[in-house]
Design a protein around this ligand. Structure first.
Ligand code: IPM
Ligand code: MG
Length: 361
């Protein structure tokens, strides 16, 4: 096992830089204690890269990412760049780096520790102990399908995107979901819109065939996206692993994130290629950027997911225990604060998690 990891930092925009700062604080501390080294290479991405290089994802940044062991990304986008279109948008930069790194599977785990059940918009007993895991296809579907375009004028003006999946694309992400299910509660729910969309019928048939041939030991069911959204708020505990395409996964994972009270808690790993991207699910929150108010926990938990893939299990576990302890002690950023909690700033939360993680090592 290599002892020095090259990590590319893409803080990006809005609250991205401040949550990255806290994640690095925690990572540096556990690295010393767990005896591995990190070398950082910080690069612009999204709006910051547009300002610096007139390109939301310059080739030099892609090359830096490809030459590293992992990428930590904060957030991209904001009102400053909202008038830009197409490939010049900050979001296009994010899609480009996912595609360039071959990160076709996006893992979005949601757990609700008992200390957070009271924060949920659902009844505490509906979410307490919840543990679900979304595997979202990330480099295909309607986000990337061709043709895309527009033509005409006035009321006749039309625009279109294309939702397209090949058998190979479906199989490779389905394998990721089945493999995770085997390590968890052995159940996959594949979400599609096969009652309407041709592409979803191919999705469903492909998942069924793969299941029969290679994963018949795993329990599999299929759900339409509209029903899945409803089930997510009626009885989220029925889910173990959710397998779905790019846009359905985008929507459903935001809904799942809020079950624990805040989008500020959901980490993610975008994997499948040689270098993974580890990014919180939340956006750049421009309204609170630069005020030391943002919740850094999703970013810090994304570091734990990165350490899992680098086989630094002990350090990853210590970070998760650190986060849990800080929440148990009642510290909360504004997104989660309730009567009886202690309001904590971004930097305080980073510091507390760092101390608690070190104590757990
Ligand atoms: C996400 C985000 C991105 C997406 C945006 C910022 C392009 O919403 O990671 O869920 O749609 O994939
Ligand atoms: Mg999203």
């Amino acid at each position: 096992m290599t002892n020095t990891y090259k990590i590319t930092l893409l803080p990006g925009d809005g609250i991205g830089p401040e949550v990255i700062t806290e994640a690095v604080k925690v990572l540096d501390a556990v690295a010393v204690a767990a005896k591995f080294n990190i070398s950082y290479n910080e690069q612009h991405a999204g709006g910051a890269a547009i300002d610096a290089h007139n390109d939301p994802m310059p080739d030099s940044v892609i090359d830096a990412c490809k030459a590293s062991h992992a990428v930590l990304l904060g957030a991209v986008g904001g009102p400053k760049w909202d008038a830009l279109t197409g490939a010049m948008r900050p979001e296009s930069g994010l899609l480009k780096i996912r595609k360039e790194l071959g990160a076709f599977a996006n893992l979005r785990p949601v757990t609700v520790p008992n200390s957070l059940a009271e924060n949920s918009p659902l009844r505490p007993e509906a979410v307490s102990g919840l543990d679900l895991f979304t595997v979202r296809e990330l480099t295909g579907g309607i986000y990337f399908g061709q043709p895309v375009g527009e033509e005409g004028e006035g009321a006749e003006k039309r625009a279109w995107n294309t939702m397209i999946y090949s058998v190979g694309e479906i199989e490779r992400v389905a394998r990721v979901a089945f493999d995770w299910a085997r390590k968890r509660r052995n159940k996959v729910t594949s979400v599609d819109k096969a009652n309407v969309l041709h592409v979803s019928r191919l999705w469903r048939d492909t998942v069924k065939t793969l299941h029969e041939n290679e994963y018949s030991d795993v329990e599999l069911d299929h759900m339409y996206i509209d029903n899945a959204a409803m089930q997510m708020v009626i009885n989220p505990r029925q889910f173990d692993v959710i397998l779905t395409g790019n846009i359905f996964g985008d929507i459903l994972s935001d809904a799942s994130a809020t079950l624990g009270g805040s989008l500020g808690l959901l980490p993610s790993a975008s994997v499948g290629g040689p270098v993974g991207i580890f990014e919180p699910v939340h956006g750049s929150a421009p309204d609170i950027a630069g005020q030391d108010k943002a919740n850094p926990l999703a970013m810090i938990l994304s570091v734990a997911m990165m350490l899992d893939t680098l086989d630094q299990d002990i350090a990853a576990k210590a970070i998760r225990q650190g986060v849990e302890k800080v929440l148990d002690q009642g510290y909360r950023s504004g997104d989660l604060w309730r009567e009886g909690n202690t309001l904590a700033s971004t930097s305080e939360l980073g510091q507390y998690v760092k101390e608690a993680a070190l104590a757990a090592l």
